[in-house]
Write a protein that binds this ligand. Structure first.
Ligand code: SAH
Length: 246
C-alpha cells in the first residue's frame, strides 16, 4: 500500500507542503480507521468490510488537496472539516460507506448532489465512467471544479445549481448520491434513477435525527428504502418550489 501511495504523492510534488512520508502514514491511519468503523457498524451496514474497490478509491484520492489550508494538519483525520461557506467535507468513513452503498460499476453515470470540496466526486471518479455533480453555492462550485481539473479528474462535470431538481438533461442515472440532508427524498431525484439504480441520501432535519437511506428502484420502477445509519449532515438548501436554475 505504501508503495502505491508513495508514487501517487510524489507525483503530486510540492503541492502537499509537507514531507510525503508523513502524509502516507496519516493516509494509512485514515484507511485503518475506516476499516474499524465498518467493523463497529457491521450490524447496521450489513457487512463488516467495505468493498475492496471502494477502499482502493479512498486510497488513491489525496484528501489534503480538498481540505482548506487552515485544516491541512487534520486532512487525514477521520472526521468532517469546514470548507468555508458554513459547509463541510464529509467524514472519510461516511464518504467510503456512501460510495459502497451506491455499488458503483465501471460504466456507470452517476449524479452527486452537494459537490462541496469535490472530494466525494473524486472518490467516485475512479469507480465510474462519469460523475455529474451539482453544488448550490457558487464559490464552492467554482473552487471544487478547479481543484478537480488541476488534479486531472476529467470525468467529473460540475455545475452550480439546486440539486433538488437533479440534472434532467443528463438523466437517467445509474446512481445518485446526495451529501446534504433533505427533510424527505426529492421526487425529481427518484424520477432520474434508471430501473435497477440506487440512491444514497441522508434524510432528516438540521440538528435533529438524520438517517442515511439507501433507496433502490427495481426493474418495474418500484422503490424500496432501507435505513442504514444515524448521520449528521449539513442541510439540503434551496427552495424546492423555485424553478430549477441553469
Ligand atoms: N460532498 C462534499 C460534502 C458536501 S457538504 C465533499 O465531498 O466535500 C454538502 C454540500 O451540499 C454543501 O457544499 C452545500 O452547499 C451543498 N448543498 C446544499 N443544498 C444543496 C442543493 N439544494 N443543491 C446542491 N448542493 C447543495
Amino acid at each position: 500500500m505504501a508503495g502505491r501511495l508513495k508514487s501517487l504523492i510524489e507525483g503530486l510534488g510540492p503541492a502537499i507542503g509537507r514531507p510525503w512520508m508523513e502524509r502516507v502514514s496519516e493516509h494509512e491511519n485514515m484507511l485503518r480507521e475506516i476499516r474499524q468503523d465498518a467493523e463497529y457498524t457491521a450490524t447496521l451496514i450489513g457487512k463488516s468490510a467495505l468493498s475492496a474497490d471502494v477502499m482502493a478509491a479512498m486510497e488513491r484520492v489525496p484528501r489534503h488537496e480538498f481540505v482548506n489550508p487552515d485544516y491541512q494538519e487534520q486532512a487525514y483525520v477521520n472526521k468532517p472539516l469546514p470548507i468555508g461557506e458554513g459547509q463541510t467535507i464529509s467524514q472519510p468513513f461516511i464518504v467510503a460507506l456512501m460510495t459502497d452503498l451506491l455499488a458503483p460499476g465501471d460504466g456507470d453515470v452517476v449524479l452527486e448532489v452537494g459537490t462541496g470540496s469535490g472530494y466525494q466526486a473524486a472518490v467516485l471518479s475512479g469507480l465510474v465512467s462519469r460523475v455529474y455533480s451539482l453544488e448550490i453555492l457558487q464559490p464552492l462550485a467554482l473552487r471544487a471544479e478547479s481543484t478537480l481539473a488541476r488534479l486531472g479528474y476529467d470525468n467529473v462535470v460540475c455545475r452550480c445549481g439546486n440539486g433538488y431538481f437533479g440534472w434532467p438533461e443528463k438523466a437517467p442515472f445509474d446512481g445518485i448520491l446526495v451529501t446534504a440532508a433533505a427533510p424527505n427524498i426529492p421526487q425529481p431525484l427518484v424520477d432520474q434513477l434508471k430501473p435497477g439504480a440506487r440512491m444514497v441520501i441522508p434524510v432528516g432535519l438540521p440538528g435533529l435525527h438524520q438517517e442515511l437511506i439507501l433507496l433502490e428502484k427495481d426493474q418495474t420502477g418500484n422503490t424500496t428504502t432501507r435505513q442504514v445509519l444515524d448521520v449528521i449532515f449539513v442541510p439540503l438548501t434551496g427552495d424546492p418550489l423555485a424553478k430549477p436554475s441553469g
